[in-house]
Design a protein around this ligand. Structure first.
Ligand code: FES
Length: 268
């Protein structure tokens, strides 16, 4: 049989035979992620306007140390934090959800393309000649994702309890709590739903609930869990973006209400 030797040539940076607008997606990812990082960092350093009545911003939850009634430990800045360091309760907790997103399998693919063009998109030439994968430092550290998942699941429970608390309004005249739904309640419930869709569709969770079992059909509970996680996992990219945008909007909504710029509407 005749054999033909095909010479493969490496494409130069940005070279491609694609005719579609392949650069749009990485550009949008770059813009949205950068905007989110700037806003979240700014909001975390503010250390004010993070609560409005029974609403607490998800950027500050769990609120470990603060004078706010939402705080787990009252009294503001703890004495063990050196005085030269800036303090905000958000700075103590945000590294966990940030680490969860940063090491997420989907986001990795997205920001590798848009932030360091590795490659800029499928079948588009990249700026470097070697491929080291994620087997060496620092990218091998991405493997900690499964541990961030455990913390993210705890955060999800805490945020769900915040959404429940957002249904109980204190009457300023009597000091009594009564059940109600405000716009902020809906914002916080939706935040938990979207974060739940994102977290519970995690690839690591999928492996955890059934990915390593040889005969999944023999473990019906695991099989059902695996199917549910797989179902969410199919839309993981959508959940990732919707939950990212909504968590920032939830903070913005509560912040602007606390500043008196927006007004919460009590629906009943
Ligand atoms: S893979 Fe995206 S959250 Fe785990």
């Amino acid at each position: 049989m005749a054999t033909e030797v095909v010479q493969l040539t490496r494409r130069g940076f940005g070279q491609t035979m694609r005719r579609d607008a392949w650069w749009v997606q990485p550009l949008v990812v770059f813009v949205v992620l950068t905007a989110f990082l700037i806003y979240a960092t700014w909001a975390a350093f503010q250390n004010k306007y993070f609560a409005f009545g029974n609403y607490l911003s998800p950027f500050y939850s769990p609120l470990l140390f603060s004078d706010s009634p939402h705080a787990w430990i009252h009294g503001g800045r703890p004495s063990w934090i050196p005085g030269f360091l800036p303090f905000s309760p958000a700075l103590l907790i945000l590294p966990f959800p940030a680490g969860f997103r940063l090491t997420c399998y989907y986001y990795r693919g997205a920001y590798y393309k848009s932030f360091w063009a590795d490659p800029p998109s499928c079948t588009v030439g990249e700026p470097r000649k070697s491929y080291r994968g994620e087997r060496y430092l620092p990218l091998v550290l991405q493997n900690v994702h499964r541990y961030f998942l455990y913390v993210a699941l705890i955060f999800l429970i805490i945020l769900a309890s915040d959404a429940y608390r957002a249904m109980w309004f204190v009457d300023p005249a009597t000091g009594r709590e009564s059940f109600g739904i405000g716009l902020g309640t809906i914002v916080l419930i939706l935040n938990v739903v979207l974060l739940g869709g994102y977290t519970l569709g995690c690839h690591s969770l999928r492996h955890l609930v059934g990915g390593y079992i040889d005969q999944l059909s023999r473990a019906p509970v695991r099989k059902k869990s695996y199917d549910c996680v797989s179902c969410l996992n199919r839309g993981h990219m959508r959940w990732a973006w919707l939950s990212l945008v909504w968590v920032a909007f939830s903070d913005l909504f509560i912040r602007l209400c606390a500043m008196g710029i927006w007004h919460d509407v009590r629906l009943f």
